[in-house]
Design a protein around this ligand. Structure first.
Ligand code: THU
Length: 130
């Protein structure tokens, strides 16, 4: 069920620190423990130092001891679907596989579900280093 992911991501989104873009994003990941971790975007006056909501959610997951993403949801308000940026796709890849579902949502609900393999085909991951 994506309800709990959406709820967590929307609550996280409300905490976004986005004074520059005014574009608030929330994310939620379900780790292998079954627990859900939220994150919001955190912008910075030194613009490139800001982080995305997905990255913040992954940090919370890793801190709690999980090392696999079972599914991830990102929520934003836009005419276009708010899909993870390129850098976040690669950060998700570190803890997920090609079939991991990535849910793209508005606060009203999930708009589409893609796999990580669709978002980041032919990716480079930890296995490439072994
Ligand atoms: N942003 C995210 O947090 N996640 C995404 O998937 C897309 C973009 C943030 C970064 C920046 O703070 C703001 O949205 C505008 O790009």
């Amino acid at each position: 069920m994506t309800d709990e992911l959406l709820q967590t991501a929307c609550t996280a989104r409300e905490q976004a620190h986005a004074p520059y873009s005014k574009f608030k994003v929330g994310a939620a990941v379900r780790g292998e423990s079954g627990k859900i971790f939220g994150g919001c975007n955190i912008e910075n006056a030194a613009y490139p130092e800001g982080i995305c909501a997905e990255t913040a959610a992954i940090a919370a997951m890793v801190l709690a001891g999980d090392s696999k993403i079972i599914e991830l949801l990102v929520v934003g308000v836009s005419d276009q679907p708010v899909t993870p940026c390129g850098g976040c796709r690669q950060r998700i890849r570190e803890f997920a596989g090609p079939y991991t579902p990535i849910h793209i949502a508005s606060p009203d609900g999930v708009e589409q579900t893609l796999t990580l393999g669709e978002l980041l085909p032919q990716s480079f991951g930890p296995e490439n280093l072994s």
